[in-house]
Ligand binder design. Structure first.
Ligand code: IMP
Length: 193
């Protein structure tokens, strides 16, 4: 069976991709002995995704992929964007990030936003990028208990509930990451045929 490394130790992300990719053995970072934090110093989501995939490839020379996600809010000039995880500081606290986001948006009527994920796959030494986007709006306050990150203040277009009020399967079916993963899975299924 073909092996590919997913540059993550996040069990939720691993499970999500494993469920969609039964013909490929998916290996996590800790499975292949990489325990250090992978540098993410780029100014763009694409750049960080490419940087993380190259970091693994340069060390192990094996097929691998990495993802990076950001929340882009139009009225804030695309912030928090590439800084989504650390918006309110290095502690990566989601509650603080949401508080800062709602403070900065205030009563602004323009609440358009999108989540954007870019996955970089290095396959047989070549780089392939897969993007997934979900458009929506930032709510005025938190709604729902599920999910993580900014889920409680993001309402996807076509819904009147936030990601935090959806069950995981419904969110994955329309989410940025779900869409990027679908592109990756489609490529890999054809590649291993
Ligand atoms: P990462 O690149 O997947 O680590 O995502 C960076 C940051 O974006 C996370 O720390 C979260 O704050 C936010 N984020 C990513 N995906 C989601 C999501 O599906 N819902 C809410 N927030 C997310």
């Amino acid at each position: 069976m073909k092996r590919v490394i997913f540059a993550t130790n996040n069990p939720n992300k691993l499970r999500e991709v494993r469920q969609m990719l039964t013909d490929i053995e998916l290996v996590s970072l800790s499975d292949c002995g990489i325990t250090e934090d992978i540098p993410e110093t780029s100014e763009t989501i694409e750049g960080n995704s490419i940087q993380k995939a190259r970091y693994i490839y340069d060390r192990l020379s094996v097929d691998c992929f990495a993802d990076d996600t950001g929340l882009e809010v139009d009225a804030l000039g695309g912030e928090p964007g590439v800084r989504s995880a650390r918006y309110a500081g290095e502690s990566k606290c989601s509650e603080d990030n949401i508080t800062l986001l709602l403070d900065r948006l205030g009563d602004n009527a323009d609440r358009r936003a999108r989540f954007r994920t870019v996955i970089t796959l290095i396959w047989d030494g070549r780089e392939h990028l897969f993007e997934g986007i979900v458009e929506g709006v930032i709510t005025h306050k938190r709604h729902g208990e599920g999910g993580f990150g900014y889920d409680s203040v993001f309402m996807p277009d076509g819904y009147d509930i936030t990601f935090a009020q959806m069950d995981a399967a419904s969110k994955n079916a329309i989410s940025h990451r779900g869409r990027a993963i679908a592109g990756l899975v489609d490529f890999l299924r054809k590649a291993v045929k």
